[in-house]
Design a protein around this ligand. Structure first.
Ligand SMILES: NC(=O)c1ccc[n+]([C@@H]2O[C@H](COP(=O)([O-])OP(=O)(O)OC[C@H]3O[C@@H](n4cnc5c(N)ncnc54)[C@H](OP(=O)(O)O)[C@@H]3O)[C@@H](O)[C@H]2O)c1
Length: 373
């Protein structure tokens, strides 16, 4: 394994324009002809991990494996926590490749592969071995960018069962946003929440899960209400079919405003990403028999179970941890049917991956941050 050389002008001189499926042009870099690829790795630092750009031999698929030329990855909060060495569920290995979510093109198939052919447009599933049905400990131990190798690599190889075809109307950048937040929002609303048209859906903040949840809820004929600390972001959300918006920063009692927007009945579904600061307020905004999907802890994880409140409301609280490949395929079918375009706020070049991590840390984005490879 070689350290990335700063004198790689030959490789960069061969930067090529690739024509996307829809005829749109996306700048991408050609692979080197010397049999190496570039990938970012996590290397141990005094605190957590640093990102290091490395050159490694291009992997070739063995029997029952595919090789995928990754064209785009998207960042999740988990990727920051992994890098900081602070993620509670699973951990990275020294030299591990970060980032769970990526999309690209199949460039080679090993003997025995029937699921894909060269040229297929695919995305990696979040848990490489969670195909369908109930989760297992083994499936949960196969999360990309954690226990399993991630997608921030020009080429990845793996079991074809760990990939899905992506909807044809999506660019690679858009498709790369789906494996984690897309499947999470899908599971929360459709599988656990059993969303129905006309229901009120509460989305907290305008990050990846919430904006995708907003788009899915709107497409399902529900009435999404979204909060944000920024009026400008709320303006952007209005263009995606929101029923109502509330600024949680200027209106600390935002849950009252949310309830008022529902005519007093409360929201039927909550994608609970805020954690300890938001859960008590979300409960105050919840309708009888409402569903709270426990997803995240942006303000820290809540610890007290408000038993009396849950009982009185008849509330359903469901823990969500992304989902299976079958869930991803169901999401893709819905996205294709409704021609949903996931919101990509900013695209960084591969060489600027650390800047993409920094931008995610700063929080000045709406929807998703993507890196193009
Ligand atoms: N369980 C799972 O399977 C799963 C899957 C995906 C994510 N998660 C977790 O869910 C959470 C959200 O993930 P994400 O990818 O959507 O994050 P993200 O994209 O980083 O979202 C950041 C946004 O959330 C909003 N926010 C931050 N603190 C908030 C608070 N206290 N109250 C309300 N909104 C707040 C802000 O929106 P504004 O700027 O608009 O204020 C911020 O820009 C994270 O904790 C993540 O780890 C869990």
């Amino acid at each position: 394994m070689l350290l990335a050389s700063p004198f790689r002008s030959l490789r960069f001189a061969r930067a090529a324009l690739v024509i996307g499926v829809l005829g749109a042009c996306a700048a991408t870099t050609a692979l080197a002809a010397d049999g190496t690829i570039r990938q970012w790795q996590l290397v141990k630092a005094a605190k957590g991990y640093d990102l290091a750009l490395k050159e490694v031999a291009q992997p070739t698929p063995a029997r029952n494996q595919v090789a995928v030329r990754v064209h785009a990855v998207s960042l999740n909060r988990r990727d920051l926590l992994m890098r900081a060495g602070n993620y509670g569920l699973g951990s990275v290995q020294e030299g591990g490749v970060p980032i769970s979510d990526g999309a690209g093109e199949v460039i080679a198939v090993g003997p025995g592969v029937k699921r894909f052919k060269v040229g297929d447009r695919v995305a990696g599933i979040f848990f490489e071995r969670w195909i369908d049905g109930a989760r297992t400990a083994d499936a949960l131990a196969s999360a990309r960018g954690g226990n399993a190798s991630g997608m921030l690599s020009e080429v990845v190889v793996g079991d074809p069962e760990g990939f899905v075809k992506i909807p044809s109307h999506l660019t690679y950048e858009e498709a790369a946003t789906l494996p984690c937040v897309g499947v999470t929002a899908w599971d929360a609303l459709f599988k656990r929440g059993r969303i129905e048209p006309g229901q009120f859906v509460l989305l907290e903040g305008t990050g990846g899960v919430s904006v995708m949840g907003l788009q899915l809820a709107a497409a399902a004929g529900a009435k999404p209400i979204i909060t944000s600390s920024s009026d400008e972001k709320l303006n952007r959300a209005r263009k995606l079919g929101t029923f109502g918006t509330v600024n949680y920063k200027t209106n600390p009692e935002w849950q009252k405003e949310v309830r008022t927007l529902t005519g007093g009945v409360g929201v039927n579904q909550v994608l609970e990403v805020g954690g300890q600061d938001t859960l008590p307020k979300a409960l105050q905004a919840l309708a009888f028999d409402g569903n709270i999907a426990m997803i995240g802890g942006l303000s820290g994880f809540a610890s007290n179970v408000p038993a009396g409140q849950l009982l009185g409301l008849g509330a359903q609280v469901t823990g969500i941890y992304v989902g299976s490949r079958a869930d991803f395929e169901a999401l893709n079918a819905f996205i294709a049917k409704h021609k949903i375009k996931p919101i990509v706020d900013r695209v960084f070049e591969f060489k600027d991956a650390p800047a993409a991590f920094a931008a995610m840390e700063e929080g000045e984005f709406f929807g998703k941050i993507v890196i193009r490879l």
